[in-house]
Design a protein around this ligand. Structure first.
Ligand code: ATP
Ligand code: MG
Ligand code: MG
Ligand code: MG
Length: 462
């Protein structure tokens, strides 16, 4: 079953306009990346842009949660359900239908198109939302409707933007498979798998910490994780066991000659997740850099390389996964195949750069571990960053498995000192257009700012 297509077709049959996925980098400058299907429609929800002639839309939006309010980077490899990059299926009502219709539509899709067994479905509503609870009772017995608080059932895109109470649909994967203390609804476990969030978009927050202002027209925003639904339909207990990820994991197995198994396989899963993120970002024109989005990309690739190192890789291997990914997703995202040769080269170069220093970095890290009781040295973390190219979160990730904390204050102060030094060096040099400094400037201020400084002749080299 092509779930992406079935979803979009279903909502088209309910008079929704199909809208193509927007790029990962949103127009909205308050966000680093698109983190939900509603983001491209934000200004319609708030009324800044007029409602389209058809006030109903549906999309399959590529999302990235690796920074800001929604950050799942730390979860990747450790839970069965989180990715950095994923696809979110959604249907939207811009001041048109509201709670009742969205509940009925989602139920119809899940039980009649996906044909998920009704007895395994649970729903949650906001603790104050009697109306939603009542509407759900048309479909679900009260024992399987849970009321949860703001933390689970109030959704917002970020510190600002449209938001509202929500209602979520969960799939019980069975206590025979998952039965830990965290396997409760709204918990961190994987028994009750959250599949679909229906947001009753009623408010807008204009500035961080500001009050919730009612929207002129209450609207609907929903988001369902494609990878989770595909896994359920394929009978996989982890997203990573589905056809969207397994071919990548198999390719890693083949390259390193070791078999994957779930318990010890976190590194395989991190690699499978991160190659998707890297390829999508690079194909959409984001490049490796020391700042901003490009630095998120670099951190993600270096994390994957370090997990590859743990598996036994000693030279670039990630670029060899690109073709496998294209074979899984190239049909839906044609730009992946168009860009794949260039993307492979970029990845291989970046990997090679990190493989040069990773061995010495890991040796330094391990030496320091011997001297560490509870708190890992901020100086060493800084040296790892500065000399060996280990992003801070990579060092933190390495410390996690040893249950150690980091002296982050010391790291920060060394980092600040370095920034101040770099600035002073630039000011004092009287020669602003040296290659390195120019690059720092570009990264800080963007290309256009510098046209007037007659630096244009250098832009080709940067
Ligand atoms: P969770 O509680 O599992 O972290 P969430 O509540 O943060 O999910 P929402 O913000 O409600 O997720 O997003 C809507 C849907 O998108 C979720 O119900 C889920 O199906 C999917 N989703 C969210 N985060 C991820 C992720 N990191 N990887 C894959 N799918 C995700
Ligand atoms: Mg989450
Ligand atoms: Mg949740
Ligand atoms: Mg949710």
């Amino acid at each position: 079953m092509d779930i992406r297509e079935e979803f979009l077709k279903f909502f088209e049959s309910k008079n929704h306009q199909r809208v193509a996925s927007a790029p990962l980098v949103p127009e909205d400058a308050t966000l680093l990346f698109n983190n939900a299907g509603m983001v491209p429609f934000k200004s319609i929800f708030t009324g800044e842009v007029p409602t389209p002639s058809n006030p109903r839309a549906t999309s399959c939006q590529t999302c990235l949660r690796a920074g800001g309010k929604h950050n799942d980077l730390e979860n990747v490899g450790h839970t069965a359900r989180h990715h950095t990059f994923f696809e979110m299926l959604g249907n939207f009502s811009f001041g048109d239908y509201f709670k009742e219709e969205v509940i009925d539509y989602s139920w119809e899709f899940i039980t009649e198109v996906l044909e998920l067994p009704v007895e395994k479905l649970w729903v949650t509503v906001h603790e104050s939302d009697d109306e939603a609870e009542k509407l759900w009772q048309k479909h679900v017995p009260l024992e399987r409707i849970m009321r949860l608080g703001d933390e689970d059932n109030f959704w917002s895109m970020g510190d600002t933007g449209p938001c509202g109470p929500c209602s979520e649909i969960f799939y019980d994967q069975g206590k025979e498979h998952f039965n830990g203390p965290e396997d409760k609804m709204g918990g961190e476990g994987d028994r009750f798998l959250e599949i679909w969030n229906l947001v009753f978009m009623q408010y807008e927050v204009k500035e961080k910490g500001g009050e919730r202002i009612p929207l002129a027209k209450p609207s609907i925003d929903t988001g369902m994780g494609l990878e989770r639904v595909v896994a359920i339909k394929e009978g996989a207990l982890s997203n990573y066991g589905s056809s969207l990820f397994m071919p990548i994991i198999r390719k890693v197995e083949e390259l390193i000659g070791k078999e994957y198994e779930y318990e010890s396989g976190a590194s395989y899963r991190v690699i499978a997740d991160h190659i998707r993120t890297a390829v999508f970002l690079l194909s959409q024109g984001i490049n490796f850099s020391n700042e901003g989005r490009g630095y998120v990309l670099r951190r993600i690739l270096r994390r994957a390389v370090r997990h590859g190192y743990l598996l036994g890789f000693r030279k670039p291997f990630m670029y060899k996964l690109v073709d496998t990914l294209v074979s899984i997703m190239g049909k839906e995202y044609a730009y992946l195949s168009e860009k794949s040769d260039a993307v492979k080269e970029q990845i291989e170069l970046e990997e090679a750069r990190f493989f040069k220093t990773i061995e010495s970095g890991i040796a330094l890290f391990e030496d320091e571990l011997e001297n560490t009781k509870d708190v890992f040295s901020g100086e060493v973390a800084f040296k790892l960053y500065d000399t060996f190219g280990f992003p801070l979160d990579l060092t933190e990730d390495m410390l996690k498995s040893h249950n150690l904390k980091l002296d982050a204050d010391k790291f920060d102060s060394l980092m600040n000192e370095q920034r101040t030094r770099a600035k002073a060096a630039w000011k004092g040099s009287g020669d602003a257009d040296t290659h390195g400094d120019f690059k720092v400037l570009l990264e800080n201020f963007g290309e256009n700012t510098f046209v007037g400084y007659e630096f244009t002749s250098h832009s080709g080299e940067v």
